[in-house]
Design a protein around this ligand. Structure first.
Ligand code: SAH
Length: 216
């Protein structure tokens, strides 16, 4: 793969080991972390630190999440190969690539034009092809619904109803809910209008912005 080296591969192995120590158990998630070349998703000034467990700016005031956060959310999805996943907040495309690497069919949506354009061009260039949408994630992508899994990668004040409606019965939705800090929340859809909620620890995300705040 373009600009990937044995040194980078070694650093990824160490990162996967660190995430395991931090409590990530899924072998499939750890394997994906070991495979996706995170350094290629960062501005060149951060490349040296790409395999530390930290977030970085990716432009348009947004960030690529910490690897631990990506792994934690992905593990909660309990993804199986071939499942349809809706991702809200494409950003750098790193989380998208982790999902693709695990064999998911991914539909990803981004509201910042600059990031949408950049990532839509970049991901296929490193071998990850998927469906990109430019728009408001609060509305989801109803034409391809229902989804087996839905992942929201920005902090949401509330859980959008449209996304709950687009989830399959038996499906899982993972969303950080809250204002300044967010509680990682898992929603399991157990009936057409029945949901079970489980809350996990606190995380910090950039906000999921509504249409009215659109600056893109
Ligand atoms: N998954 C990304 C994380 C990016 S941060 C990665 O791995 O890099 C969250 C992203 O959500 C930002 O790119 C932000 O622009 C986007 N976002 C915020 N509100 C949104 C909305 N309503 N619809 C779609 N994307 C949104």
């Amino acid at each position: 793969m373009l600009n990937d080296t044995y040194r980078h591969k070694g650093l990824r192995k160490q990162l996967a080991k660190l995430l395991k120590e931090k409590g990530i158990e899924s072998a499939e998630v750890l394997k994906a972390i070991e495979t996706v070349p995170r350094h290629l998703f960062l501005n060149s000034s951060f490349i040296e630190r790409a395999y530390e467990d930290i977030a970085f700016p990716i432009g348009a005031g947004q960030t690529i999440s910490r690897p631990h956060t990506v792994a934690f959310q992905t593990e909660l999805l309990e993804l199986k190969r071939g499942e349809k996943v809706l991702e809200i907040g494409t950003g750098s495309g790193y989380q998208t690539s982790i999902l693709l690497e695990m064999g998911a069919k991914v539909f990803t949506i981004e509201r910042q034009k600059e990031l949408f354009d950049k990532t839509k061009a970049f991901l296929p260039s490193i071998g990850y092809s998927t469906k990109f949408f430019y728009g408001d994630g609060y509305k989801g992508v109803p034409v391809f619904a229902p989804y087996d899994k839905i992942i929201i990668t920005a902090g949401a004040p509330t859980i959008p109803d449209a996304l709950l409606a687009q989830l399959k019965i038996g499906g899982r939705l993972v969303i950080p809910v809250g204002d300044k800090v967010q509680t990682m929340t898992l929603i399991e859809k157990i009936g057409a209008k029945q949901f079970e909620k489980t809350e996990f620890g606190e995380f910090k995300f950039v906000p999921l912005l509504e249409d009215k705040a659109w600056k893109g």
